[in-house]
Design a protein around this ligand. Sequence first.
Ligand SMILES: O=P(O)(O)O[C@H]1O[C@H](CO)[C@@H](O)[C@H]1O
Ligand SMILES: [Mn+2]
Ligand SMILES: [Mn+2]
Length: 401
Amino acid sequence: MARAVLCVLDSVGCGGAPDAAAFGDQGANTLGHIAEECAMGRAEEGRSGPLRLPNLDALGLGAAIALASGVKAPGLGAGTPRGRWAAATEVSQGKDTPSGHWELAGVPVPFAWHYFPVTEPAFPAALTDALIARAGLPGILGNRHSSGMPIIRELGPEHIRTGKPICYTSADSVFQIAAHEGHFGLDRLMEVCRIAAELVHPMKVGRVIARPFVGETPDEFRRTANRRDFALPPPEPTICDRVEAVGGEVWAVGKVKDIFAGHGITTVLKAPDDMGLFDRTLEAVDRAPDGALVFANFVDFDTLYGHPRDVSGYARALEAFDARVPELLARLRPDDLLIFTADHGNDPTWVGNDHTRERVPVLMTGAATPGAIGHCGFADVAESIAAHLGLAPGRHGRSLL
Ligand SMILES: O=P(O)(O)O[C@H]1O[C@H](CO)[C@@H](O)[C@H]1O
Ligand SMILES: [Mn+2]
Ligand SMILES: [Mn+2]
C-alpha cells in the first residue's frame, strides 16, 4: 500500500512570484541568485565553484527555476528531468512558514496575519500588561523589532539580573520571547509563551516563539535547540488531519508539529540540524507503516543562511542536502511518492533579512510518472498526496499525478 514523503526545504524558492512586487521582492530568486553567485566565484567560503546539485536537478530543479522565473540557473537544468516537476505559486497573503506549509498541506490562509508595527514599543500596552499580570512577570524587556542574537546579547545581562523576559518581533507575524534556560528556566519560559499565545492568537498573530538561550556573558550567549513555536492552528483540516482521519500515521520530522499546532500529527522525530533531520527522515521512511505521510521540514537553509544573507553557507547547505538525496531514493518502496518542495523564498543576495515572495519548485519521484507539469498551486501538493494515498479530494487544489 502507498505512502507519501513530503520534504520541505525551508525557504528554497525559485523566483518569479507574480505578486512579488507587492512584497518589495520583484526579482528575488533564492535558487537562481545562489547559482549565479556560485558561477561567478562569489560563494567560496567552505565550498568552491558552480553550484552542484546533480540529484535534485535530475528530478527537475533547474527546469522548475527556469519555468518559475525565466532564469537559466548556471549549472542546472541541462538534461531531461527524471522527476515529475512543477513550479508552484502561493495564493496565501503571507510569505511566512505557516502560510507556506498550510497551503502546501491543502489549506490556503484565508485571512491577513497581524504584524506588529516598527515602533517602540512594538506591542500594545493592553497586551504586555495582560502578559505581565497573567504570567506574574516583573516586567518585560525589548518590546521592539529585532533580530534574535543581537537583542539577546544586548539585553541578556539585564534579563538574568531582573527576570524580565526579552520580547521582540520581526517582519513575520510573531511574538518572540527569549529567556535564559537556567536563570529563568525552560519550563517557565514555555508557560509564559503559552499565556502569550492565548493573548495574541485572537489578534491573528501567527506564532509565539520560545527562544531559550544559555551562557553567562554576551560573548557566550547562544540559543539552544529547545526553541518552540506556539502556532495558531490551521483554519481547516490539512492533509495531516485527513490522513489521520482515515487511520493513517503522520510522521512529522523537525518543526512540522509546531507549524500545525500538533493537529493531525501522530509521531514526531527531531534533530538539532538539517543533516540530523535527514537521518530522522530516513528513519521515518524505514519505519512508517503503509498509508503514512512522512512530512519533513529542513529549517537550516532559512535560519542559518537565508536570514543572515550568507550565500556561501546557503550553497554549502544545498550541496550537502543534495548529496544525501540518493540515500532517500534508495529507501523508497515501490508505492512511495516522494516530493521535494519549499514554503517561501529567502534570497541571501536580497536586501534586508526577511523572507522573499517567490514561487517554489515541486519535484516528485517514486510513484510519479516523469514529466513536466508546468505551473501549479501550493495546495496541489496536498491533493497529489491525497490522490496517491486514496483519500477523498479536498476543497483546494488538484492532484498533479
Ligand atoms: O532573528 P531571529 O530571532 O532568529 O528571528 C527569525 O526567526 C523568526 C521565526 O522563524 C523569524 O520571524 C525571524 O525573524
Ligand atoms: Mn519557512
Ligand atoms: Mn524564516
